[in-house]
Structure formats: structure tokens, C-alpha cells
Design a protein around this ligand. Structure first.
Ligand SMILES: O=C[C@H](O)[C@H](O)COP(=O)(O)O
Ligand SMILES: C=C(OP(=O)(O)O)C(=O)O
Length: 344
């Protein structure tokens, strides 16, 4: 007896279909997802002169702490309503440079056991509860098969620096029903993200899995709000006025709308959360001086500052280091003041 040429990967457990999970845990009346997505679109398209502020933990590992944070941010956000459109980072998947914890959806027990069925349920419950705060939600999409289980609750999507060159992720962005930001690569390459935007705004046909669980040929019509996120990289930061100007020029050169969101964390902070306020102060100065192509800012923030390797301390990130919520309020005050100055 010869071994099969291709054995399927070992099955560790079964998943519900996305249709089943959506019907068990439906979007609640009052979540206002359509209105949130439209609000994000208006800011990106320059029809609303506020600045998008995508703010929250690097990752959600403890739904209780994540919700306490979401409620705190929602309460604070009332003060910036006229100047900022605050969106909660509700990140349930983490791309890894090599190996590591892949996020609540992939490993809710945080121990490598990988109970994805439980992760999807817990993750969706978290998004539903977080949406109850009234904040629009942001998420990075890492595993294309996971998106149909969660994307109906998301109003701002991101494709990260590690997947921006991947055709399946560009296809994913082409069908996702919310504006999607595509990040420059880990090495700082902006060109690959510009290519990704050109791909994401186009129609794609690709294999996928429907809400009924059946494999199917699917279509993405193209995401008109696909845009660039500058996140710095190993080659250096790219939040300064010259880098922002160069990025806008690259977009203009290929006929794309001149708009960027800048991530104050990751390569722009060297993963040192204490540098994020300085980055946002620089961005605020650009906005105050009239830069209209700078349409959004991303900040990594949690209940308490810093990070930890394992979940010992409540409300502290187990992935990248975050600013504490009170410092985040100061940072967003600075940004809101800059938006008012730009109007003036
Ligand atoms: O945003 C979080 C991390 O920067 C990202 O998941 C990569 O982390 P890693 O380089 O520690 O794997
Ligand atoms: C992983 C992230 O970012 P990046 O892709 O820029 O590293 C993130 O925003 O969580």
C-alpha cells in the first residue's frame, strides 16, 4: 500500500459555517454599522473635514478588559465629536513575523491549543458588545476564511504590513464591505502598498467559502475606499511631512486619491509606545498647517501602558506596547485641536 500523495491536514475540530455563527450572534438593532461605514467613507473622501482616529489595543486578548477600554474610549470620545471620528481598534487576529500568539480568534485560551471555534464565538461576542458602546469598530483581516464570520461588524478594515503583497489579501479587500487601509511593507516599501490599493479597487474573481460553508467561485467588486496606511518600517519612520508628501505624490502619480492614514505605532514608534505622542504631535502640526491629505491617525492604546509577555496584569497588552488611556486622551486632544486649527 503506497501512502497517499496528499493527505488532508489533520482535523483538530469542526467549525460552524459563518452563516450559522451570524445567525446565532446577529448584529443588534442600533449598532448602526452602515452609518459608521458611511461616516468613515466621508472622512476618507474629504466630504467631512474631521480626522479619522483608529485607537485601541494592539490586540484583544481578554474581552473583559477590552470592553472596559471600549467603554472608557466611548465615554471620552464625546469631547472630540466635532473634530475626530474615533474608531475602536478591535483586533482579533495577529499576523506574526515568525511565530507567536495569533489573536483571540485563533487561540482564545492563549496557550497554543488553537480552539478556533471558541475563538470565533468569543471574538464575535466581543465585537457585538463593543459595538454596543456606539463606537465604529476596526479590525485587521489576516486569515481570509475568518473574514465572513466577523466582517459584518467592522467599519474600518486593515491589511497589514506582512500580507500587503499577498494576492488573496488584495482579493479580500476587494470584497470587504467597509473602507480598507493597506499598510506599507515591514521594510518600509510604500510601492507595494500602492500596488495593493490598485489591486484592491479592481474587480477580482477567486475561490472562497460562502456563508453556507460551500466552496464557491466568488467575486469582489473592488473597494473604492482602499487607501494607504503609513506605518514606518525597518528602513525608518515615514510620518514626517516629507514622507507624507512623497506618499501623496506617489498616489497622485498613479491616479489614486491623495489620502493617507498614519500609524503612530509599529515602525513609526519603533514599537516604543512612549514615542507615539511625539509622532501624533508631528502629525497634528502637519494638519494644523493645512495638510488635507492626512485623513487619519492610528494609535495603539489600552487600559494601562506597556506590554507583557504573558497575561499576568489586567488591561496590559500581550502583543505590542500600548499607551495608557489617560495619555491617549491627551494625544487625541492635541489632534482635535489641530483639526480646529486647520479649519481656522
Ligand atoms: O501588531 C503587532 C505586531 O507588531 C505584529 O503582530 C507582529 O508581531 P511580531 O513581529 O512580534 O510577530
Ligand atoms: C500588525 C499590525 O500592524 P503592522 O501590519 O503595521 O505591523 C497591527 O496594526 O496590529
Amino acid at each position: 500500500m503506497t501512502a497517499p500523495l496528499l493527505a488532508a491536514p489533520e482535523t483538530l475540530g469542526l467549525l460552524p459555517t459563518s452563516g450559522e455563527l451570524l445567525s446565532d450572534l446577529p448584529v443588534r438593532p442600533g449598532h448602526g454599522i452602515h452609518a459608521h461605514r458611511e461616516a468613515v467613507r466621508r472622512v476618507l473622501d474629504g466630504e467631512d473635514d474631521r480626522v479619522l482616529a483608529v485607537v485601541g489595543p494592539c490586540s484583544i486578548h481578554d474581552p473583559e478588559a477590552g470592553l472596559e477600554y471600549a467603554r472608557g474610549l466611548a465615554a471620552a470620545s464625546a469631547r472630540w465629536t466635532g473634530d475626530l471620528l474615533v474608531v475602536l481598534r478591535a483586533y482579533l487576529e495577529k499576523p506574526r513575523s515568525v511565530v507567536g500568539w495569533k489573536g483571540l480568534v485563533h487561540d482564545p485560551a492563549l496557550d497554543g491549543s488553537g480552539d478556533v471555534a471558541e475563538g470565533l464565538r468569543l471574538g464575535r461576542e466581543f465585537l457585538l458588545d463593543a459595538a454596543d458602546t456606539g463606537l465604529p469598530l476596526a479590525g485587521e483581516f489576516v486569515e481570509p476564511l475568518v473574514a465572513p464570520y466577523l466582517a459584518d461588524l467592522v467599519s474600518y478594515g486593515a491589511i497589514g504590513a506582512r500580507t500587503v503583497a499577498s494576492q488573496p489579501h488584495r482579493q479580500l479587500a476587494s470584497w470587504l464591505p467597509m473602507p480598507v487601509g493597506l499598510k506599507n511593507a515591514v521594510d518600509g516599501d510604500v510601492g507595494v502598498a500602492v500596488d495593493a490599493i490598485r489591486s484592491a479597487i479592481a474587480r477580482h474573481v477567486f475561490p472562497g467559502v460562502g456563508h453556507d460553508g460551500a466552496p464557491a467561485v466568488q467575486q469582489g467588486a473592488g473597494n473604492a475606499q482602499a487607501h494607504l496606511i503609513l506605518r514606518g518600517g525597518t528602513a525608518g519612520t515615514n510620518y514626517d511631512a516629507e514622507s507624507v508628501g512623497q506618499a501623496l505624490a506617489r498616489l497622485r502619480a498613479v491616479g489614486l486619491p491623495e489620502r493617507v492614514v498614519v500609524d503612530a505605532s509599529h515602525g513609526n514608534s519603533g514599537k516604543d509606545h512612549r514615542r507615539q505622542p511625539g509622532v501624533v504631535a508631528d502629525l497634528a502640526a502637519q494638519i494644523a498647517q493645512g495638510q488635507r491629505g492626512l485623513v487619519g491617525v492610528m494609535v495603539e492604546s489600552f487600559l494601562y501602558e506597556g506590554r507583557q509577555d504573558t497575561a499576568q496584569r489586567y488591561g496590559v497588552s500581550i502583543t505590542d506596547a500600548c499607551l495608557a488611556l489617560p495619555e491617549t486622551v491627551d494625544v487625541l486632544d492635541t489632534l482635535a485641536a489641530a483639526v480646529r486649527a486647520r479649519r481656522g
